[in-house]
Each structure stands twice: as C-alpha cells, then as structure tokens.
Design a protein around this ligand. Structure first.
Ligand SMILES: Nc1nc2c(c(=O)[nH]1)N[C@H]1C(S)=C(S)[C@@H](COP(=O)(O)OP(=O)(O)OC[C@H]3O[C@@H](n4cnc5c(=O)[nH]c(N)nc54)[C@H](O)[C@@H]3O)O[C@H]1N2
Ligand SMILES: Nc1nc2c(c(=O)[nH]1)N[C@H]1C(S)=C(S)[C@@H](COP(=O)(O)OP(=O)(O)OC[C@H]3O[C@@H](n4cnc5c(=O)[nH]c(N)nc54)[C@H](O)[C@@H]3O)O[C@H]1N2
Ligand code: SF4
Ligand SMILES: [Mo]
Length: 705
C-alpha cells in the first residue's frame, strides 16, 4: 500500500469481488490510495467481521502487473504477443466484429459470458445480450445457485435461504463451508452469531471443517451421496412421526407418495450408500426434526453434480415436512426491498423468444434456467449444433480454469472467431482473447451489491478511490458498447445511469442509498398461511408432478455417483479461504498465505500410497492428471481426495498460458455426462486415483507435469 502524507479519511462501503460480498468495511484512504481496510462495527450483516481476503483486497488495485491499457493480440492466439491500443480503437474493433458476426450468422452466434455474479455488471451484461438479440448469456449458474433456486421455485415457489436474522435452534451446514466461503456473502457472521446465541450445529461434509469441529453432529458423507443421506433422514422422520403433521396436511401435496418412496431408505441402507453410520443418520434425523426452527445452510456440494435436482428436492422435502419453510430461523423466502425488477432491468421484453432460442433449450434443460450452461455452449461452438456460435464477450470470468473439462474449454475458445475479455489481470482465458479491456474493480466505482441474489437485501458499494486512468468499470464499458451495437436510446450515458434506474423504485439516488448503507425487504414469515405457496396448487410439492414433463423424477431419487475401474478413490473440492475461485493467485499477500495447491488426504490414504505431507502427487481421473501437494490430515474422510480448485500460475510464461493445465482441478472434470435439469457436470464426487511423483521437490508441481 502506498504511503501518502495526506490525512486518512474513512469511507464506509461494502466488500466486493473477493466473494459475493456482504461485509461492511471501513476503507481508509489517503490521497487516491487505500491505506487500511477494516470491518465496520456498524455493518448490518457483519458487525465488524471481515476476513483476510477482504482486509487485503486493496492490493488488487495497485499490483504492478495489473492490466492498465486495452490490448490487441498481434501474434497467434495464445502466443502472448500484444499491442497497446486506445479505448476508442478497442471498442470500435469489438463492435465491428460482433456486428459482422450477427450480420453473417445471426445474433445468437454471439455469446456473452459472465462468471460469478459480482455486482450490477452481471445484469447489465444480460441487458446487453437481450438488446443485441442474443439469447445466449453463458454463465456458471449450472453449478452455482440456480439448481437450488430453480428447484425451490418448482417445489415451494421460492428459493429457501437459511435465516440467520432470527433466533434458530439448529444450524445445519450441508456441504457449505461458510467460515471459508461466507456463502452468498452474508452467512458467516450471521451463522456465528446464531451459534454464539446457543443454536446447535450439525455439519454434513466429507471434510472436518472448522465449524465441524464445533458441531454436535458431524456426518462425513461420501461425496456425491447427499441425496441418499437426506432420503434416509426422511425415512426416519416420517417413520417416527417426527414431522409437522399440520403443515403436511394443510400445506403440502404428495406426502403419502414421499413416505412410500423413502420407505426404501432405512438407516442401514442409507448408511451403506452415504458412508456414515446408521446411528448417526437416526441422530441427525431426530436432531433436525426436533429442533424448531432449524436452518439448513446448503452449499455448492448439493448442486455440483448431475443429480443436483434430486438432491435439492430431497433437502427441500426435509425443510418442508419439519415446518421450517418460511419460518423465522428456518429457511425463508426473503422479500426484496423496492428496486427495479430484474425483468425490466435486463429488458427481458426485448427478447420474447429467449426460452426457445437459448442453446440449452435444445437440450431440454429446465426452461427457468436463463443462463446457458458452459458445457452446452462449448458443444455448440465445437459442433455447430443446435446452431453455430462464433464469438464471445467475456466479463468477470476465467472459463479456462473455472469451467469443467478445461481441455474442451481450450478447444472451444480456440475455435471461436472472436473473443473479447474484460479483466483486471492477464489470465489464461484473457491470454486467448483478441482484445483485452482493462477493468476497474471493487472500491473504484459505485455499485449495488446483492442485486438479484434472493437474500432480500441490497448493499451500497460507494467508490473509495479513482481507478487508474485507463481502467474502466464494466458498467461504463457496457453502456458505451451497448450504445455502439444496440439502439443507443436504450442506454444511459454511463454506468451511473443504470444504478440510478435500479434504485429509482426505492425513491433514492445513489448518494442517499450510500448514506443508508443498505436496503432490506420487509420481514414477513409464514406468508403461505394467508395466500398459499406460489406453486400451481398453493402447496409444497413433495411429489412434483410437473417434473415428469421435464423428463425428471417427481420424487427425489438417489443416483450413485459415477464409478470407474482403476479409480478407487473419490475426488472432491473445497474453496480456498484465501482466494476467490481462480482469482488473485497474483496477489502477493494472499499467495504468501496459500502458496500452493493442496490436495488433502487422510493419513491412512496417504500411507497406503506411500505419500508424506507436502509431497507432490499426481491426482488422476479418467479425463486427465494434475499435480498438487499432499496435505495429510485426519480431517479428510479416508478414501477421499479433497483437492484445491482454481489454480494457475501467474508467474509462469504467457505462451504456456500460465501453466493453466498443471494443477487445475477442471483438467479432471468431464462434461460427457451432465444432468438433464441444469446441464451440470460432476465437479464433486468423481472417481480418482493418486500417486507420488518422483523427482519433484517439496515445492511440488512447479514447471513440470
Ligand atoms: N471444479 C470446480 N469448478 C468450479 C467450482 C468448483 O467448486 N469446482 N465452482 C464454480 C462456481 S460456484 C463459480 S461461481 C464459478 C466461478 O467462475 P468465474 O467467475 O469464472 O471465476 P473467478 O475466478 O471468480 O473469475 C473471475 C475473473 O474476474 C476477474 N475480475 C475480478 N473483478 C473484476 C471486475 O470488476 N471486472 C472484470 N471484468 N473482471 C474482474 C478476476 O481477475 C478473475 O480472473 O466457478 C465454478 N467452477
Ligand atoms: N474463499 C472463497 N469464498 C467464496 C468463493 C471462493 O472461491 N473462495 N466462492 C464463492 C461462490 S461463487 C460460491 S458459490 C460459494 C460456495 O461456497 P460453498 O458452498 O461453501 O463451496 P465449496 O467450498 O465448494 O464447498 C463447500 C463444502 O462442501 C464440502 N463437500 C465437498 N464434496 C461434498 C459432498 O459431496 N457432499 C457434501 N455434503 N459436502 C461436500 C467441501 O469439503 C466444503 O467444505 O462461495 C463463495 N465464497
Ligand atoms: S467474508 Fe467476504 S465479504 Fe466479508 S471481508 Fe471476506 S471476502 Fe469480503
Ligand atoms: Mo459460485
């Protein structure tokens, strides 16, 4: 951080782009430099809490290798040769190529790609795609939140989020490591407060996480077997009559069918499938059903598998029959504060045929899924089916590392006629672009946090400093580009105009919003008691008849995760508390904390393979092999490899694409089989094997494979 003689003044804002955001921060600014970041004790969600990533976030802004000028590729794609160009030239080149491709192949041949939603730019990109006429907004929602949200909409009419704003008797962390990931940006501090207030804790995770250490019950489930565990818990709860009979009778349909269905999952069978003891299943079922209210905080583990629809359905059935849906301290339907609805913001009206035209409609995915699963996008690029796709505008994303099946991703990116990437830093994906735009990032522009995330809250993220002269916020880039490739009348002069439009229904301008800090929707519970659930018959669909039309099961099924001969171990992953996905391996003060990709193994598993702590090891699946360093720990379930995800090496050479393939978990994840509902590949629960790697020192995996 730069030292300056100017006095420090403190700016209240919210953390962003280090996870989903959520912590209110006090950012100390001197001149145009951030000199200190700390948690804001008055923060509505965090009350002073902030994690290491958040407190070190300022290095993003000042890193010497940050992208500071637009670049145009000069040599072969991926060859690492660039020329500096002006913004005017860059935007004109992008506009020209996208219009030319639309002219020749139609608007749907241009895809707009976004990674994890980081701020309002996500919705501005959807708006751009809609106004351009392309139904193809490619995003990671197939493995992130949409399976939970959309399954919730079908089953009970809303996305049931854990409520930590009201007292609860039990917190269940089900495949969610909130002290490392602060899932959806608002959970960690709230959950810790619930625990401090006396709530019990149950953790379902093959890894003994920090909070599993404190849990009354830890179920180290076999990766990918969550639905079997949930079905077995339903068996016990129904069999022992522990459910909420009044709720089941008056507010749910299909209870008898569910009861008959789960009769096939007695605890002994559940135990054999889920790899935990029958006694623990019985204890878990009783603990959950007898704790009222109980909040299930469910994470990525539920949805990063092809059978995510069934796993999510099974968990919603648990919430429902125990009376925890829309109950304070349970899993609630969080109502949004007044703000412009998503439909009008993204101009959904301008692309009425989207549901039929989007690439995944041709694969029969659930039609409520409005973003194209990357796997189907790649197939379209590589095969021309259902129609040719030729160009991508990529924002806030690093697909070469974050999409399943990285070799296929590389082939698809190489096959595109044109790629533009908006980025902070040269990544393996940006290295394959034709044009790279230098983006401004968190703390450098005004933004709205949590818009569209379904937690009933909007967070103000006023800027703290000015970006470097040629770095621009995505919101500004999109309004400029929008005016060039779509009708300029549909765009305000700059990103601020989009922010004001989003806030208008709240009767606030951005300055007034920033002054308030956040907006919260009304806190109302048990809404179904007056008006029923927002499902066709007003009840929770324990048996979901509508699923049959979608080619899915009306009752939650358990499907064995894939097995492969010669791959006897099970691979899964957990996110690194020091990084966001593939981001920020280049930030020195984070890299010091987490210098290497670590694959965590139980001591028995390590011993069986002749592996010691720190050794470089080969982790292999039928798709490929990578090298990570062993971390031998009894926190891991025996027979399971909890590998690191998101790794590439900014210090490696540009023409090797920063060693995109050396330790990258998605070299191991296949896309041949994906789920019918959401096009989701298996990211967790994959057959694998490991072996020591000779001839590499403890630094491991550097420079060779
Ligand atoms: N195997 C496996 N794969 C996974 C997952 C997993 O658990 N396992 N997790 C999945 C999930 S949940 C998600 S959400 C996705 C995430 O996938 P991505 O969103 O593609 O991953 P990120 O690393 O967050 O990529 C963000 C990029 O945006 C850049 N960036 C940061 N701030 C800005 C900004 O303000 N503007 C612009 N233009 N760029 C910015 C960063 O430098 C970074 O390179 O990955 C998914 N992939
Ligand atoms: N530090 C950090 N924070 C982040 C992110 C990040 O990349 N880094 N990403 C952000 C994003 S976009 C998202 S979506 C959230 C995701 O946040 P989480 O849902 O917490 O995501 P993960 O860390 O992928 O997985 C959570 C837990 O699932 C466990 N697990 C693995 N396999 C299984 C399984 O088969 N069953 C069960 N029950 N558990 C399993 C892992 O051991 C891990 O503890 O985090 C957000 N916050
Ligand atoms: S937990 Fe998330 S929102 Fe809070 S400081 Fe850390 S990165 Fe920022
Ligand atoms: Mo995510």
């Amino acid at each position: 951080m730069t030292l300056s003689k100017d006095p420090i003044h403190w700016i209240r804002t919210h953390c962003s782009r280090m996870d989903h955001g959520g912590c209110a921060l006090l950012v100390g600014v001197s001149g145009n430099a951030i000199v200190k970041i700390k948690g804001d004790p008055d923060g509505y969600l965090n009350r002073g809490y902030a994690c290491l990533k958040g407190m070190r976030a300022a290095e993003r802004l000042t890193h010497p290798d940050r992208l500071r000028h637009p670049l145009r590729r000069t040599g072969a794609r991926g060859g690492g040769r660039w020329e500096r160009i002006s913004w005017e030239t860059a935007l004109a080149a992008i506009a020209e190529r996208l219009l030319e491709i639309r002219e020749r192949h139609g608007a749907r041949a241009v895809a707009f790609c976004q990674g994890m939603p980081k701020g309002l730019e996500h919705f501005a990109l959807i708006r751009l795609a809609n106004l351009f006429g392309s139904p193809n907004l490619v995003a990671v929602q197939d493995v992130c939140h949409a399976p939970r949200e959309i399954t919730g909409l079908h089953t009970c009419g809303f996305y049931p989020v854990a409520d930590f704003h009201n007292p609860t008797s039990l917190v269940v962390l089900w495949g969610s490591n909130i002290t490392a990931t602060n899932e959806e940006g608002m959970i960690a501090s709230g959950c810790l407060r619930s625990l401090a207030g006396g709530a019990d804790l149950m953790v379902v995770d093959p890894f003994r996480t920090e909070l599993a250490e404190r849990a009354a019950l830890w179920l180290p489930v076999r990766p990918g077997a969550d639905a079997a565990l949930a079905l077995s818990m339903l068996h016990v709860i129904i069999g022992e009559g522990l459910y909420d009979a009044d709720f089941v009778e008056n507010h749910a349909t299909g209870f008898a069918d569910l009861a008959a269905h789960v009769a096939a999952y007695p605890p002994e069978r559940g135990a054999a499938l889920a790899g935990v003891s029958a006694e623990d299943i019985v204890s878990a079922a009783r603990l959950y059903a007898r704790s009222r209210p109980a909040a299930i905080q469910w994470g990525n583990a539920i949805e990063q598998s092809p059978s995510n629809f069934d796993a999510a359905r099974a968990l919603i059935c648990l919430m429902a029959i125990c009376g925890n849906l829309d109950a304070p301290g349970g899993n609630i339907h969080a109502e949004e504060p007044p703000a412009l609805g998503l439909g009008p913001f993204v101009r959904a009206d301008r692309i009425p045929n989207k549901r039929k035209e989007m690439i995944h409609a041709h694969h029969g995915a659930i039609h409520r899924l409005m973003t194209v699963p990357p796997t189907y996008f790649k197939r379209a690029v590589l095969t021309g089916k259902p129609y040719p796709v030729k160009a991508a505008y990529v924002q806030c994303s690093n697909p070469l590392i974050t999409w399943a099946n990285s070799p296929e991703t590389k082939a698809a990116l190489m096959a595109l006629d044109f790629i533009a990437v908006s980025e902070l830093f040269m990544t393996p994906t940006a290295a394959l672009a034709d044009i790279v735009l230098p983006a401004a990032t968190g703390f450098e522009f005004d933004d709205i946090g949590h818009y569209g995330l379904g937690h009933g809250i909007l967070l103000a993220r006023p800027r703290a400093v000015e970006p470097p002269p040629e770095c621009r916020p995505d919101l500004d880039i999109l309004t400029r580009l929008g005016a060039m490739i779509t009708d300029p009348a549909d765009w305000p002069a700059d990103g601020a105009g989009l922010i004001e439009a989003a806030l208008a229904p709240a009767g606030l301008d951005f300055a007034a919003f920033a002054e308030k800090g956040y907006l919260k929707g009304p806190e109302r519970y048990y809404k179904y008691r007056e008006k029923g659930f927002s499902t066709p018959d007003g009840k929770v669909a324990l048996r979901l008849d509508g699923a049959v039309k979608m080619g899915l099961s009306p009752l939650p099924e358990y499907r064995e995760p894939p097995a492969a001969p010669d791959f006897p171990l099970i691979l899964t992953s957990a996110k690194d508390p020091c990084y966001l996905h593939s981001s920020y391996r280049w930030m020195t003060r984070l890299r010091e904390k987490s210098p290497r990709p670590l694959a965590r193994l139980h001591p028995d598993t390590a011993r069986d393979h002749g592996i010691a702590d720190g050794d470089p090891i080969r982790v292999e699946t039928p798709l490929g092999a990578i090298i990570q360093n062993a971390r031998v720990t009894d926190r891991a379930r025996p027979g399971v490899v909890v590998a690191a995800y998101g790794w590439w090496f900014p210090e490696a050479s540009a023409d090797a694409l920063y060693d995109w393939d050396r330790a990258n978990y998605n070299m191991l994840t296949d896309t041949e089989t994906v789920g019918k509902a959401f096009g989701t590949p298996a990211l967790k629960g994959i057959p694998c094997r490991i072996a020591p790697v000779d001839g590499l020192d403890g630094e491991g995996a550097r420079g060779r494979q």
